[in-house]
Design a binder for this molecule. Structure first.
Ligand code: SOE
Length: 400
């Protein structure tokens, strides 16, 4: 009989990288899930070790650490930059801390994965992109956490467009529809505070559809004409919250909402296609509906995250045939072979595993991850243009 104790039996020829996750709430849980499953279903050329969770609230950080098997907790993120057992810093905090943490981590020689949007301003994003470019010269890698790029149906959509299946792109329609703020008694949280979040629906969910459109089409937005609105301008003051599940402090006091509740904007892509975007937290009945439709000269595609394993595709000779419903779960579809047989569908959390695997692979291979901080800077420029246009009665605002 043979007994093998698995502890520290990782293949010696596969490097193990210590991960320090800064933040522990909603994104902390999603990222923890991704790091844990990276090695369970994929064989990345570098393995993650869940070394430390850092959070100012030790109770919250310890809860996430215990639930997901992190090895230690720090209450000061600066401490993890000094640790030799940390090679990756994963920034899962609100946007007002992204620049400080990510730049310090890059300068400390740590690879950095930073949640979206990259920053709360173009200036911060420019500084982060410059730090990332400097660090890359020394083999230090960085990535922005636009995980929806790693939904198999989205990655498949990009393949179809890149292969020319849709021909010349004419129209892009992109929506990100949520309704968690329709209830006016939902209290204030960090996502409703411009100083912490940078913007509201625009940066939180609008950033995702900007990145997705640029990812799928391979083109950039050249300018925007925009409107934003804050429908509910005051809310009950909230207790500590992760922003989506805030609880009122029952004081009866009201505080100002300092961000947008919704943003809509028109654009033109570098290839000439006309594009419309809508990001709102007031689409009553829509929970997390990311909807992308692209119409081209020889075909179309349509996606809805609330049916995330399906891509509706129209290509080929007979455009009168209507859309085909493709269940994107075949072994040949992006990421699927590592999971289950055809038809055993994936969920929201799988994108975080794909993100972890791709980041580990790029680090091990010495290649630059995408989306890069430069990609994140491009999205930040679009966000800033939307806000500038909305402040100027929807005036057309070019994007640098
Ligand atoms: C809240 O709108 C939120 O959690 C976003 O912050 C995430 O980026 C998105 O993936 C889900 O919704």
């Amino acid at each position: 009989m043979t007994r093998t104790d698995l502890a520290d039996t990782d293949p010696q020829d596969t490097p193990t990288l210590g991960v320090a996750m800064i933040g522990y709430a909603f994104m902390g849980r999603a990222h923890s899930h991704g790091w844990r499953n990276a090695r369970s279903f994929f064989s990345p050329p570098a393995l993650p070790r869940l070394t430390v969770v850092a959070g100012r609230n030790e109770v919250g950080a310890l809860d996430t650490a215990r639930r997901f098997g992190w090895e230690s907790v720090e209450t000061d993120w600066r401490e993890v930059l000094r640790r030799d057992d940390v090679q990756i810093v994963d920034v899962c905090t609100p946007g007002n801390t992204h620049a400080e943490i990510a730049i310090a981590a890059l300068e400390a020689g740590k690879h950095v994965l930073c949640e979206k949007p990259l920053a709360n301003s173009v200036a911060e994003a420019e500084a982060m992109a410059a730090a990332a470019e400097k660090a890359a010269a020394n083999g230090v890698r960085s990535m922005v956490g636009f995980t929806y790029r790693r939904v198999p149906a989205i990655a498949y959509a990009r393949q179809l467009v890149a292969e020319g299946a849709l021909g010349q792109l004419r129209h892009v329609r992109a929506q990100y529809l949520q309704d968690w703020l329709v209830d006016e008694t939902v209290p204030l949280s960090w996502r409703l505070d411009k100083d912490l979040a940078g913007s509201g629906a625009l940066g939180d969910i609008g950033a995702h559809i900007i990145d997705l459109v640029q990812f799928i089409t391979g083109e950039h937005l050249t300018g925007v004409s925009a409107l934003t609105e804050t429908f509910v301008k005051e809310r009950p003051t909230g207790a500590s919250s992760s922003g989506l599940t805030a609880s009122s402090d029952d004081s009866g006091e009201l505080g100002p909402v300092t961000v947008d509740d919704a943003a809509i904007f028109l654009s033109r892509l570098t290839g000439g296609a006309l594009a419309t975007f809508e990001a709102t937290r007031f689409a009553t009945g829509r929970k997390n509906a990311i909807r992308i439709e692209i119409n081209g000269s020889t075909g179309s595609l349509a996606f809805d995250f609330e049916d995330m394993n399906v891509l509706h595709v129209l290509t080929g000779e007979d455009l009168s045939a209507g859309f085909t419903r493709v269940l994107v779960t075949e072994p040949g579809h992006p990421y699927i072979a590592a999971w289950w047989p055809a038809g055993h569908i994936l969920g929201y959390e799988h994108g975080f595993t794909h993100q972890a695997v791709d980041f580990l692979t790029d680090i091990a291979n010495g290649t630059d991850p995408r989306p890069s901080f430069s990609d994140g800077l491009q999205v930040q420029r679009v966000l800033a243009a939307v806000e500038a246009s909305a402040a100027a009665n929807a005036a057309w605002t070019p994007i640098g």
